[in-house]
Design a protein around this ligand. Structure first.
Ligand code: HEC
Ligand code: HEC
Ligand code: HEC
Ligand code: HEC
Ligand code: HEC
Length: 175
């Protein structure tokens, strides 16, 4: 089953090379993608001006394969007191009391056939340096955007860096 998937992957890789529109490690993809969010949450304000640590809100980036956006109760740790009169904060309070989540729009998205593991990368490079390597200067982003291409070439060229000695076999990153 696994073999067959890899075979299919290799064949389509060849097809892509032949098609010439395969840009190895290229710019493009969703770089710069910055969807509008249901609440205008600013990383510039929170992580920049107020220097709140990335892991305070994204604690799972250190512990799990997946990072995640914080729960609204994390926001209320501060916003029970701060900016209570803001309509945006009121929206958070209503959502919490009615137990309806706020649907943040996903910014980064790898295809399903790719394995990715936050914990390993964050352990290796340490937060917040690790976050910066892949997500760029988040503390300057009023609206969060995708900084890196997330293309295969981007992943592989970092793995190939002799200083990193990271695995590069197909099965490292593909199911
Ligand atoms: C006060 C809480 C808070 C802090 C501190 C914070 N974030 Fe966030 N982060 C959020 C929220 C809420 C979202 C979802 C809304 C958005 O995308 O702006 C988010 C979204 C993101 C996303 C995009 C997720 C996706 O959908 O792909 C990345 C990447 C990210 N944060 C990285 C960081 C980094 C790196 C830092 C530290 C420099 C940081 N964040 C600090 C709350 C926080
Ligand atoms: C560690 C404290 C802290 C946490 C946690 C925090 N914030 Fe804030 N937030 C602040 C501070 C400080 C301000 C600036 C308030 C001001 O300018 O009066 C602010 C401002 C805001 C504003 C602008 C309010 C307005 O309308 O002027 C929004 C929206 C906001 N935060 C959303 C969030 C969300 C969403 C979360 C959770 C993901 C969150 N904050 C978590 C401290 C925090
Ligand atoms: C080696 C590159 C890399 C590093 C280092 C990294 N990320 Fe990510 N991050 C990604 C990729 C790739 C995705 C998209 C993952 C996916 O779609 O499965 C992502 C997605 C996210 C998301 C969205 C998760 C979701 O479920 O919607 C958040 C939040 C995030 N990263 C925060 C962080 C924080 C905070 C750090 C530092 C502690 C960090 N990342 C370090 C590459 C990285
Ligand atoms: C900034 C450099 C860098 C980037 C960019 C990067 N990686 Fe890595 N990756 C590493 C290093 C270094 C390791 C080895 C970590 C260790 O020694 O534990 C690693 C390890 C891994 C592992 C092995 C984890 C395990 O459990 O064995 C996977 C899977 C992985 N990376 C996938 C990806 C994917 C997919 C991308 C692109 C979306 C990516 N990486 C981008 C540096 C990077
Ligand atoms: C370090 C991680 C990594 C390694 C190693 C890796 N890939 Fe990928 N691969 C990715 C990522 C991320 C994507 C999705 C982004 C893209 O299409 O560029 C991808 C996409 C692909 C695609 C495109 C699928 C599509 O939907 O168009 C093919 C085919 C592929 N990889 C085959 C391979 C083969 C064959 C190998 C071994 C020679 C390999 N990959 C090794 C990370 C990796």
């Amino acid at each position: 089953m696994k073999r067959r998937l890899l075979f299919t992957l290799s064949v389509s890789a060849l097809a892509l090379f032949a098609g010439c529109d395969w840009e190895w490690g290229a710019i493009g993809y969703n770089r710069g993608y910055a969807p509008e969010q249901p609440i205008p949450f600013s990383h510039e304000l929170h992580a920049g001006t107020y220097k709140i640590q990335c892991l305070y809100c994204h604690s799972t980036a250190e512990r799990a394969n997946h990072s995640a956006v914080p729960s609204l109760s994390t926001c209320l740790n501060c916003h029970n007191q701060i900016a209570k009169d803001s309509p945006h904060i009121a929206k958070i309070q209503t959502a919490v009391s009615e137990e309806t989540p706020i649907a943040w729009n996903k910014v980064h998205m790898l295809p399903d056939h790719v394995k990715f593991n936050h914990k390993r990368h964050v352990e290796r490079f340490g937060a917040p340096n690790a976050c910066h390597k892949c997500h760029g200067p988040v503390e300057t982003m009023e609206v969060l955007y995708q900084h890196s291409s997330l293309s295969m070439g981007w992943c592989v060229s970092c793995h190939r860096d002799p200083a990193h000695q990271a695995p590069v076999s197909c099965s490292t990153c593909h199911y």
